[in-house]
Design a protein around this ligand. Structure first.
Ligand code: S3P
Length: 446
C-alpha cells in the first residue's frame, strides 16, 4: 500500500488535532494507578496509545471509551496485577507494540511495590514489543531502576526487550542521566512514587516535563527545575484525573512546516499543546522566516494550550544545535523537508539521539530524501541540507516510522511531480486522519 502526495494548492483553513501522544500515555497510566474513576477527554486514539491501553487490560485495569473520552477505573489500593499465561505460573507478556514510551513508562510504574500494599506478593511482568521496538535501547531505564533496587532485566541480555520485571521495594536515588530523555526521566520518577525517600533525576539539558506537570497538578510532591526533577514517595494512591488532553504539537508540526513552505498557505491550528519543552520547532521555523503567531492561550492540567496561525513565507537556512534539539526531538524529519525549501544551508548538530528513534532518523531520512531528489549530507550527530531544491519527487519508504512517512507526504506537496509513500499504515500510530485533515485544507493525498 502507498499514499500519493501531489503538489498542493495553498493550504487554507482551521483544524484541530488528535490529542498529545506523550500526555495521553502519561494520563492513561496515571489514571490506571489512581484510586477511582478518571475521565480523559481528547485522549489520543491511535496505535501507540492503544498498546498502552491493551497493556493496562493485561494488568486487569478496566477502561472504556465514552465518545471521545477515555474512562479508566484505577487500580488504587489493589495495585497492578500480573497477567498470567493460561495454565502456567509465569507472566504473559504485555505487548508494547512499537511504543518505547509505553515500555519505558510501564517499567518505572511497575517496578516498585507501593507502601499501601501490605501483602508479600511480588507480581512478575514481562514487557515485549514489535521487532522494531526490540532493537531500541532499554538499558537506559534498566540501569537506574536497578540502582533503585528494581528486579528488571533484559531477558536475552541484549539491553533490549523483552524485559522481565518483578515488583520489589525500591529506594530513592539521585540519578544523572547521560542522555536528555523524558522517557528515562519519567520511568525513574514513576518508580520514585513508590520508593523510600525522594528520587532525583538530572539531565544534561531539559527534556519534556509532562510527567512533572501532571504530578504537580495531581498534588504529588515534586520539585522541578530546568535540568532536574525530584519526586517524593506517595503515601496513598494518586487521585483520579479529569481533564482534556491538548492537541499534539508534534502532529501540528507537519501542518506548520507544510503551511510555511506551500506558497500562499494560511492555516490555523486550534487547541494545540504549547509546552515550551515541545515547541522548539516554532522558534526554528520563525528564525527561518515563517510567520507563526500564537493566539487564545489557556491551560489544561498545568499544560499551556493555544491556537497557532501560520502563513507561508520564503524561508532561509539555519543551524539547530544544543538544547534546542531536545525541544524538537520528534520534528527533525519534517524540518528536513522545510530545509529543502529554504534558501541556504540548514545544519543540524548534537542530534545523535535521532539514531535511536522509531528508525535511525538520520540515515533513513537521508536515504529517503535522496530518492526524491533532495541532497542531504549525513553526519554522525545530524545532517545538513542546502536549499532551495526543486526536486522531482518519486517513490519513498516510510520504514515503519510514522514521522518519517508523514514528512515524506509533506515533501510531496512541494515536489515537482508527486511523492508516493510506501508503508503509510504507520501514520495511524500517532496521527489518525492525517490525510483527511490535510486534504480538508487543500492538500492532495490519495
Ligand atoms: C517521549 C519522549 C521522547 C520522544 C517520544 C515521546 C515521551 O523520547 O521522542 O516520541 O513521551 O516521553 P525520549 O525521551 O526517549 O527522547
Amino acid at each position: 500500500m502507498s499514499i500519493r502526495s501531489q503538489p498542493a494548492a495553498p493550504l487554507r483553513g482551521a483544524v484541530s488535532l488528535p490529542g498529545d501522544k506523550s500526555i495521553s500515555h502519561r494520563a492513561a497510566l496515571m489514571a490506571a494507578m489512581a484510586a477511582g474513576r478518571s475521565r480523559i477527554d481528547g485522549m489520543l486514539r491511535a496505535g501507540v496509545t492503544q498498546v498502552m491501553l491493551n497493556a493496562l487490560t493485561g494488568l486487569r485495569i478496566e477502561w472504556s471509551w465514552e465518545g471521545e473520552a477515555l474512562v479508566v477505573e484505577g487500580a488504587g489500593r489493589r495495585g497492578f496485577q500480573s497477567p498470567s499465561a493460561e495454565g502456567a505460573g509465569e507472566a504473559k507478556p504485555l505487548n508494547c507494540g512499537n511504543s518505547a514510551t509505553t515500555m519505558r513508562l510501564l517499567s518505572g510504574a511497575l517496578a516498585g511495590k507501593p507502601g499501601w500494599i501490605s501483602n508479600s506478593i511480588r507480581p512478575e511482568f514481562i514487557l515485549d514489543g514489535s521487532e522494531q521496538l526490540q532493537k531500541r535501547p532499554m538499558n537506559r531505564v534498566i540501569g537506574p531502576l536497578c540502582e533503585m533496587g528494581a528486579e528488571i532485566r533484559s531477558i536475552e541480555g541484549t539491553g533490549c526487550a523483552p524485559l522481565a520485571l518483578r515488583q520489589s521495594p525500591l529506594k530513592g536515588i539521585e540519578y544523572r542521566t547521560p542522555v536528555a530523555s523524558a522517557q528515562v526521566k519519567s520511568a525513574v520518577l514513576l518508580a520514585g512514587l513508590s520508593a523510600s525517600g525522594s528520587t532525583l533525576v538530572e539531565e544534561p539539558s531539559p527534556s519534556r516535563d509532562h510527567t512533572e506537570r501532571l504530578f504537580s497538578w495531581l498534588g504529588v510532591r515534586v520539585e522541578a527545575g530546568q535540568c532536574r526533577a525530584r519526586v517524593f514517595p506517595l503515601q496513598e494512591p494518586l487521585p483520579p484525573l479529569t481533564f482534556k488532553v491538548p492537541g499534539d504539537f508534534s502532529s501540528a508540526a507537519f501542518l506548520l512546516a507544510a503551511a510555511a513552505i506551500v506558497p500562499g498557505s494560511d492555516v490555523l491550528v486550534q487547541g494545540v499543546g504549547l509546552n515550551p519543552r515541545r515547541t522548539g520547532l516554532l522558534a526554528v521555523l520563525r528564525r527561518m522566516g515563517a510567520e507563526i503567531t500564537a493566539e487564545a492561550q489557556t491551560e489544561s492540567a498545568g499544560e499551556p494550550v493555544g491556537d497557532l496561525r501560520v502563513r507561508a513565507r520564503p524561508l532561509k537556512g539555519t543551524v539547530v544545535e544544543g538544547g534546542e534539539v531536545v525541544d524538537m526531538i520528534d520534528e527533525f524529519p519534517v524540518l528536513a523537508v522545510a530545509a529543502a525549501c529554504a534558501e541556504g544551508i540548514t545544519e543540524v548538530r548534537h542530534a545523535a539521539e535521532l539514531r535511536h528513534k522509531e528508525s535511525d532518523r538520520i540515515s533513513v531520512l537521508a536515504g529517503e530524501l535522496r530518492k526524491l531528489g533532495i541532497d542531504i549530507a549525513e553526519s554522525p550527530d545530524g545532517f545538513s541540507i542546502r536549499g532551495p531544491v526543486k526536486f522531482p519527487g518519486g517513490i519513498a519508504d516510510g520504514h515503519g516510522d510514522h514521522r518519517l512517512a508523514m514528512s515524506l507526504a509533506v515533501a510531496g506537496m512541494v515536489s515537482q511531480n508527486a511523492v508516493a509513500v510506501e508503508g503509510p499504515e504507520c501514520i495511524a500510530e500517532s496521527f489518525p486522519g492525517f490525510a483527511r485533515l490535510f486534504n480538508s485544507l487543500g492538500a492532495r493525498l490519495e
